[in-house]
Design a protein around this ligand. Structure first.
Ligand code: PLP
Length: 342
């Protein structure tokens, strides 16, 4: 496949990550996270998120989400989330199956829920017939590429805490959020009262690996057993740890995410010059959403690989990656203009 705007999962692996894996591939080492590299990677998470945080490594984003949610719930709880949430639409019911909880999907604007919407579902406490709302899960950035402000996250966390609940953040693209907001990740997660974060690596240049980061000790107490039961404990964890060290130690994650965000802005600017394209969501990170006529879309998809996000409205999603080049965007625009002219 040439360059793809279909997903940032279509991109490859950053060279620095490959180098770190190669370097970790020396001789023998302890397994199951008992090795020196895992210790070092955990220390870096503590450096970035504070002494009370605890990071655990897993293979993928779905795994991070369902494990974080499992640690925060009992099966009689319910989990609230925007109806666009990955945990609601793209995880094949894994959160429901793994936690046993009822997932309550909420209306939202551009992927974001607000306190008023959440409040309406914070009900039935103490009623034995009603599932007990316990976690709000939001994504930062959202599945629509938009961002919550620090204040919005803080208000949502306070609302959940005032009902003895928790706030979980699906941060499968959390570095893109940090790059766009130009602040450390801690400032809009732990410092805003979030209780757990799924910290993504794969979509931003890592080969494999995500982390679950807890900001409350009580949530991490039984996590080792929960992770093992879910088959998310990697025997050769040093290879995930080595990637996270390379990713986080000197800000590689932010450099890669800054580039993909900038490419999305460039793509947006070029698309705005084409009257047949309507940008449908604010472009705040590395995703561009747009509406184009179905017939044009079909012909374009024969030239460029991307998904129709919403069949009903014809909305499409174009994602930029850490290794998207300006030339790739220029070619994309040239292909689109060529189809419009003919
Ligand atoms: C917002 C969000 N969360 C979680 C995931 C899950 O990641 P994975 O496919 O690694 O399980 C994705 C993947 O696309 C995602 O976009």
């Amino acid at each position: 496949m040439n360059h793809s705007f279909g997903s940032d999962n279509h991109s490859g692996v950053a060279q620095e990550i490959i180098d770190a894996i190669t370097e970790a591939n020396q001789g023998f080492s302890e397994a199951y996270g008992q090795d020196k590299l895992t210790t070092k990677a955990k220390e870096i998470f503590k450096r970035d998120f504070g002494g009370n945080s605890q990071a655990f490594f897993v293979f993928n984003g779905t795994g991070a989400n369902i494990l974080a949610l499992k640690a925060m719930t009992n099966s009689y709880n319910s989990i609230l989330c925007p109806n666009t949430a990955h945990i609601n639409v793209d995880e094949c019911g894994a959160p429901d199956k793994f936690t046993g909880c009822k997932i309550i999907a909420l209306p939202n604007k551009n992927g974001k829920v607000d306190c008023n919407t959440v409040k309406k579902e914070l009900k039935g406490f103490g009623d034995q017939h009603h599932s007990q709302p316990n976690v709000l899960s939001i994504s930062q950035p959202t599945e629509l590429g938009t961002l919550y402000t620090k204040e919005e996250i803080k208000s949502l966390a306070e609302l959940m805490h005032s009902h003895n609940g928790y706030l979980h953040i699906d941060g499968s693209r959390i570095s893109n959020a940090a790059a766009a907001m130009n602040i450390p990740i801690k400032e809009f997660t732990a410092d805003c009262g979030a209780d757990a974060l799924s910290f993504g690596g794969t979509k931003n240049g890592m080969l494999i690996g995500e982390a679950v980061v807890f900001f409350r000790k009580e949530l991490s107490e039984n996590f080792l057993y929960i992770r093992k039961q879910a088959a998310q404990l990697f025997s050769k964890n040093r290879f995930i740890a080595a990637q996270f060290i390379a990713f986080l130690e000197n800000g590689l994650n932010i450099r890669l995410a800054t580039h993909s965000n900038e490419m999305a802005k460039y793509l947006e600017n070029e698309l705005q010059k084409i009257k047949e394209v309507t940008i449908s969501r604010p472009v705040e990170t590395n995703a561009v959403f747009a509406i184009i006529k179905p017939e044009l879309c079909k012909r374009f998809q024969e030239k460029q690989y991307f998904y129709t996000w919403d069949q009903e409205t014809g909305e499409v999603r174009w994602m930029c990656s850490f290794n998207t080049r300006k030339e790739d965007i220029d070619q994309f625009i040239k292909d689109l203009k060529g189809l419009i002219e003919n």
